[in-house]
Design a binder for this molecule. Structure first.
Ligand code: COA
Length: 254
């Protein structure tokens, strides 16, 4: 059985984690399918924007599938985490833009999945949190690193060391969620991004992500490198032509 429902909404692909009975938690089968979908859209000519959400109204993703985890050996857990880390990193390294539409609880790996996405849109329901220390482990899908980059070390430590769950309003106020809204709002945001020049959007995404770990001078040099990728493109010329002709541009991704 497919672990995701995949549908096209305009230029945006929506992936719904289809495991409502286990609150869309990350099983081995779900993770392996997620890895496959990420690889598919990251291939040249793949989908430009993906929105990830969860089935039902209770959860975006309740983290690791704890029932499955109870029967796994330490080696199996290590292998699972290895694929989890690689898959979340592949989301960041992809030219495709990923938006998490957080429709309910996003806990542990659910919050980490949202953190690996480029943007997070959250409804008014559900809680978020990196609750792993309450289970005797620490975030294993990049949560310690991505949350501290997003919110700063103080707020990240407060959330991770307490394992506290915060509600949707707090997540928005902290900046863990970028904007309030439901799936439709996430798709609309995706459409707005997908209307822009594909090579430019990907270059801007990577310039921001890669620059975060650099000093300002190196980061500005990096921006130049990514800018250069757009210079020889037909889309840059189309942007100028459309401006002169007072019409919307038609970008081809080349
Ligand atoms: N793994 C496997 N099954 C899970 C799960 C998880 N992470 N989270 C929830 N489920 C299952 C429950 O065991 C329950 O199954 P059952 O019907 O066989 O008893 C079913 O999903 C519904 O759970 P319930 O708690 O009744 O749903 P809810 O809508 O009231 O609450 C959550 C949803 C996500 C807030 C709540 O289930 C929860 O807190 N889950 C644990 C999250 C967690 O700690 N994740 C790991 C972080 S490291």
């Amino acid at each position: 059985m497919a672990e995701f429902r995949v549908e096209k909404r305009g230029a945006v692909e929506v992936w719904t984690i289809d495991g409502e009975a286990r609150r869309n938690s990350i099983s081995r089968a779900m993770l392996s399918e997620l890895a496959g979908h990420v690889a598919r859209v990251s291939a040249p000519g793949g989908t430009r924007v993906v929105v990830i959400t969860g089935a039902g109204e209770q959860a975006f993703c309740a983290g690791a599938d704890l029932k499955e985890r109870a029967g796994m050996s330490p080696d199996e857990v290590r292998a699972f985490l290895d694929l989890l880390r690689k898959t979340f990193r592949a989301i960041e390294l992809s030219d495709c833009v990923f938006i998490a539409a957080i429709n309910g609880a996003a806990l542990g790996g659910g919050t980490e999945l949202a953190l690996a996405c480029d943007l997070r849109v959250g409804g008014s329901k559900g809680s978020m949190g990196l609750t792993e220390v309450k289970l005797g482990i620490i975030p294993g899908g990049g949560g310690t690193q991505r949350l501290s980059r997003l919110l700063g070390p103080g707020r990240a430590k407060e959330l991770i060391l307490t394992g506290r769950r915060i509600n949707a309003a707090e997540a928005l106020e902290l900046g863990l969620v970028d904007r309030g809204g439901q799936l439709d709002a996430a798709v609309a945001l995706g459409e707005e991004i997908a209307a822009n020049a594909p090579i430019a959007v990907a270059a801007a995404k990577h310039a921001i992500d890669e620059g975060l770990s650099l000093g300002l001078d190196d980061a500005l040099a990096l921006e130049q490198v990514h800018y250069a990728k757009t210079l020889g493109t037909e889309d840059r010329l189309e942007g100028l032509k459309a401006f002169a002709e007072k019409r919307p541009p038609k970008f081809q991704g080349r």
